[in-house]
Design a protein around this ligand. Structure first.
Ligand SMILES: *Cc1c(COP(=O)(O)O)cnc(C)c1O
Ligand SMILES: [Zn+2]
Length: 419
């Protein structure tokens, strides 16, 4: 059963019953009135504790049902989301200059990104509402993920992506059968268009920043991390959890999940959160450093998944870093490109630019003294490298062209040109 009790506005603190509101606080509007899902943690302890979870055979995000806002389990789509691997990555730790480093490979989800945790939740909520259609705007991964989960749940989907979305993500959208609007503009413009269309046509809105349930899906990555560390390194937990930041929903979900596991007694202390942005698009970093409000900016980075000039979940994203005593850093596109082969060669994990940005961010944070060399980090690698082949190719180096002739191979091996 679920211990979900209702929703609270992060801005004005008003509380609502789940059936009183769909998405955001009506008093504050969708810019400010983001809602937080509430639970009865005291009652849930007998159902969610280390012993009950250890005996739970469900190897997906749904093993945490009491901590999720879902009443009817029969609506859960069949695709397996979550329980992604967590790898100890000593060579990456050496490269980044930290004592120990783990990588959680979220590229292993059904549509190859972290967004599947949110989409799985989104389609359940749409089915609960008996929605005729579900929609979202996305830099690419939320879209391809929603397309996949809509197909699995049998709900039509309409998707708004900026024209620059990488081809592989667009291919996913079309293959899963979504109706796709390629907006000749930025992600921010696609977002506004989607919001207007959802309101006008009455479609269910999967935009993570305004739909309070999606972060509940995203937080499951932290619930897993905590459980996986209990097995891997009993009694200890990394000093830092690292994730790249666009709209701020992912980092907000990560932090909520950690706080819940702390509240439920799974971890003795909370880690700090490192939010990583791109040099060419860092509204969170700017606001955090200057201790001021959000100033939307341009989005100049090849890491399309975090090319978000106007973050839609500013409050939850900012809270993750300030409450945890963490930090924001930014990295250049060159550093991001360099992190793709680094992570692939030192840990065997192939990520897209925004997926590996976290790793690049750790290096920056160590160099600038934010993360100490004796500290430990867990990097959430958010998306698979095959999502953006153009960037991977730029980072990868070249093949060695030969005729089908052993003599040419011999020559190349002996002169050891490129390896
Ligand atoms: C969406 C996304 C992010 C950032 O998540 P936000 O909720 O927008 O902050 C990071 N990496 C990848 C691969 C993503 O798709
Ligand atoms: Zn409010």
């Amino acid at each position: 059963m679920t211990y979900f009790t209702g929703l609270r506005c992060v801005h004005c603190g008003r509380e609502y019953h789940a059936d009183e509101v769909d998405y955001f606080c009506p008093a504050c509007g969708y810019h400010d009135g983001i809602l937080d899902a509430l639970y009865d943690y005291d009652s849930m302890r007998k159902e969610i504790n280390p012993a009950t979870l250890a005996g739970n055979g469900n190897r997906s995000m749904w093993r945490y049902l009491p901590l999720l806002p879902i009443a009817d389990q029969t609506l859960i789509p069949h695709l397996q989301v979550g329980w992604t691997p967590l790898y100890d990555a000593p060579k990456v730790a050496g490269e980044l200059g930290v004592a120990r480093c783990w990588v959680k490979d979220e590229g292993r989800n059904p549509t190859a990104s972290f967004k599947d945790r949110a989409s799985a939740m989104g389609v359940v909520k749409a089915l609960e509402k008996k929605a005729s259609r579900i929609t979202c705007a996305s830099t690419g991964n939320a879209a391809s993920s929603l397309a996949g989960f809509s197909a699995a749940a049998g709900i039509p989907a309409t998707i708004f992506v900026p024209a620059r979305a990488p081809e592989a993500k667009v291919a996913q959208l079309l293959i899963y059968g979504a109706q796709v609007f390629s907006v000749q503009g930025t992600y921010d413009e696609a977002w506004e268009l989607c919001m207007a269309a959802a309101a006008e046509f009455g479609w269910y809105n999967r935009n993570c920043a305004i739909n309070p349930y999606l972060i509940e899906g995203k937080k499951t990555v932290s619930l897993e991390l905590v459980e996986q560390f209990r097995t891997l390194t009993p009694g200890s937990f990394p000093d830092w959890i690292v994730v790249s930041v666009g709209d701020g929903c992912t980092i907000g979900g990560v932090w909520k999940g950690l706080k819940e596991m702390h509240l439920l007694g799974f971890i003795p202390r909370l880690p700090r959160i490192l939010g990583v942005q791109a040099d060419g698009c860092k509204p969170f970093l700017t606001a955090w450093r200057d201790n001021c409000g959000l100033a939307p900016c341009d989005a100049n980075t090849l890491a399309d998944s975090i090319a978000v000039g106007h973050p839609r979940n500013f409050s939850k994203g900012m809270r993750a870093v300030t409450e945890s005593g963490g930090a924001f850093v930014s990295v250049s596109d060159e550093e991001i490109l360099g992190a793709i082969p680094m992570l692939a060669r030192k840990a065997g994990v192939f990520g897209e630019p925004a997926g590996v940005a976290g790793a690049a961010g750790v290096k920056r944070a160590v160099e600038s003294g934010i993360i100490g060399r004796s500290e430990t980090v867990a990097i959430i690698m958010t998306g698979n490298g095959l999502k953006d082949i153009q960037s991977a190719i730029r980072a990868a180096g070249n093949t060695i062209a030969v005729q089908p002739d052993m003599e040419e191979v011999r020559k190349a091996v002996n002169t050891a040109v490129t390896v």
